[in-house]
Design a protein. Structure first.
Length: 400
């Protein structure tokens, strides 16, 4: 690497968050600087969570406490690249003092990558945070899986023909994938032979079903979802949630055994509280180079950012695929900043998108070609498997 040589006394590049964005920034920066600059990767967990697979709630319920299929342990992966790992929860960042406060002490940085992902947004809906489950985090998915298992175990004792009912709020890809998975899981394998299959209601709210996805994909998804028995309710937002009841704005009250919130995301508090330009949900409105405006050498990558693509004028979606693409450019720009050479703007080109629809079914659009059914499901699984294997090998793969 040209430019100033780092010494071990120099403050390191600190990367906050070891998800899709943070792990890739750390690995790419290490590769480009050939391990000559200290890198500290901070996360609250010592594992990289395969978050794109957390809709697999039937499998998670079967796996019980063994979540090894949804995580990659970080230490072995990072050791290969000489990246240090610091386990801790980020509480706040002081961008002027170049210091990060953790739940146990502080870390100083020379350069910084903000990659803390996002958290569920409840939009002030009373009871939503308290009385719904979510699959945005592994711990949430595990809790939902355990609750589903219990509900299914108890279903044998329900009066008459009654089945358990699961209400899923949010008709984007997470809600849709989860609804299909809950509806098509063989719960008798999980909860005993007397378990009754659940009724699944997907409440899309005021937004259309799978808003923003290609129309042909949406049409296939709607058909496959309907075939799996999922009922969809369109047009009305949720106004309140109580234990066992979800209230809609038209006055409808949906009784249920379990409610799941897949209705939206926002930046975590440590990001929202930064004195920088913010977009929707407190995301950081980054410069075209992915730097945080006013703070050279600080990048924000992945779900914490709001980025309008200068070519298409569209907002880059909050996906792992986009996070990985951004991370490569951000790592290059951190190196460029050290070397004092011009930074490169980020532009986004989506490789494709595939929505899982339960039991070997999916619908997708790859290079503008629509695919559906089992070929789409096979593609999704192959891509996910290749991603986790590549991470284990210490590589920085792509994803759709
Ligand atoms: C069920 C589901 C299915 C999805 N399917 C797809 C898909 O098919 N394709 C796709 O491209 N995208 C998909 N996504 C979206 C994708 O998962 C996200 O866009 C992606 O995870 C964003 O990466 P990130 O690195 O920004 O955030 P994350 O992957 O969430 O990483 C954030 C990291 O920061 C850590 N962290 C957060 N707060 C703190 C703190 N205060 N202190 C310390 N550490 C902290 C977390 O532990 C985590 O490791 C899906 C999401 C879900 C929930």
């Amino acid at each position: 690497m040209s430019g100033p040589e780092a010494t071990s006394a120099d403050p390191p590049l600190v990367v906050l968050g070891a998800g899709y964005a943070g792990l890739t920034v750390a690995q790419q920066f290490s590769r480009r600087t050939r391990g000559r600059v200290r890198i500290v990767l901070v996360d609250r967990h010592p594992v990289h969570v395969l978050r794109t697979e957390l809709y697999e709630i039937g499998r998670i319920a079967r796996a019980g406490s063994d979540v090894s299929a949804w995580v990659v342990p970080l230490l072995a992966v990072l050791e290969r690249r000489g990246i240090e790992f610091l386990q801790g929860t980020v509480e706040s960042v002081d961008l002027r003092a170049r210091r990060v406060r953790l739940d146990h002490g502080e870390v100083e940085y020379g350069m910084l990558a903000l990659c803390l992902g996002n958290v569920a947004a409840y939009f002030g809906v009373p009871g939503a945070a308290e009385h719904t489950h979510q699959v945005y985090r592994l711990s949430g998915a595990q809790r939902l899986a355990a609750a589903l298992r219990e509900t299914e175990r108890a279903s044998a004792g329900l009066p008459g023909e009654r089945r358990p009912r699961v209400v899923i709020v949010g008709g984007g890809s997470t809600g849709t994938e989860l609804a299909a998975e809950v509806a098509t899981t063989d719960w008798r394998r999980v909860a005993g032979s007397a378990a009754r299959p659940p009724d699944v209601l997907l409440v899309t709210g005021a937004l259309p079903f799978l808003a923003g996805f290609p129309p042909r994909l949406v049409a296939h998804a709607r058909r496959i979802l309907g075939r799996s028995g999922v009922m969809t309710i369109h047009g009305f937002n949720v106004t309140r949630v109580e234990p066992g009841r979800v209230f809609l704005e038209d006055g409808t009250v949906l009784s249920c055994d379990l409610a799941v919130w897949c209705a939206g995301l926002e930046a975590p508090e440590a990001i929202r509280s930064l004195p920088v330009p913010h977009g929707k949900g407190g995301r950081i409105a980054v410069d075209p180079t992915l730097e945080v405006p006013g703070f050279p050498g600080v990048v924000a990558v992945g779900d914490v950012t709001e980025f309008k693509d200068p070519v298409s004028g569209m907002l880059v979606p909050g996906t792992a695929q986009a996070a990985l693409a951004e991370a490569r450019v951000a790592a290059g720009n951190l190196v460029a900043r050290r070397q004092g050479v011009p930074l490169v703007p980020f532009t986004y080109r989506e490789r494709g998108v595939v929505v899982a629809l339960g039991l070997g079914q999916a619908a997708g659009s790859v290079s503008r070609v629509t695919i559906w059914g089992s070929p789409a499901a096979l593609l999704k699984h192959a891509v996910e498997r290749e991603y986790s294997r590549a991470v284990e090998r210490g590589e920085t793969p792509s994803l759709i």
